[in-house]
Design a protein around this ligand. Structure first.
Ligand SMILES: [Zn+2]
Ligand SMILES: [Zn+2]
Length: 159
């Protein structure tokens, strides 16, 4: 399972600001700074798009940070409860996480069902369509998830 680098350069500023935002929100919610949790926040900011708890634990392991998988799960659960991360499942039965930005900057995902690569995309037309739809159905929409599944260029060209 590979995760591609985010393709959204406009997201970069938001991504850079996220660790400080997350730490402030944690402190406000009454959580004292903890080394394992800080390491998870840093890893999420660095890995960026759609990572699993296992991938975070592996990265921290590689760096000798000594944060076990159970601590990674605990940190992710807390970040999810505080809505600091976006949690999604691309159909593997395992959750993927990425930073949730307070300004609403977000992207969606493409999943190759042959090789498993997860890529990011954003599309202003799609966002406008969802906005228009929210008026039509008279719903105040807080969030939406869009995941497109299919075959990536490398797989469908036989490469
Ligand atoms: Zn993503
Ligand atoms: Zn969207």
């Amino acid at each position: 399972m590979r995760t591609s680098a985010p393709i959204l350069y406009r997201m970069e500023t938001a991504v850079r600001a996220w660790p400080a935002h997350a730490q402030t929100a944690l402190a406000r919610a009454g959580y004292r700074s903890s080394a394992p949790r800080n390491a998870v926040v840093e890893a999420l900011a660095e890995l960026g798009c759609g990572v699993t708890a296992r991938e975070i634990a592996d990265l921290l392991q590689e760096r000798g940070r000594g944060v076990g998988l159970a601590s990674v799960y605990r940190a992710l659960e807390l970040l999810d409860r505080l809505r600091l991360v976006q949690r999604f499942d691309v159909g593997e039965g395992v959750f993927r996480y990425e930073p949730a930005h307070p300004g609403g900057e977000h992207h969606h995902h493409l999943v190759c069902q042959t090789c498993g690569i997860v890529s990011a995309f954003e599309d202003p037309g799609l966002e406008r369509a969802i906005e228009t739809l929210s008026h039509r159905v008279d719903y105040s929409i807080d969030a939406h998830d869009v995941t497109l599944r299919g075959e990536c260029p490398a797989c469908h060209s036989g490469g």
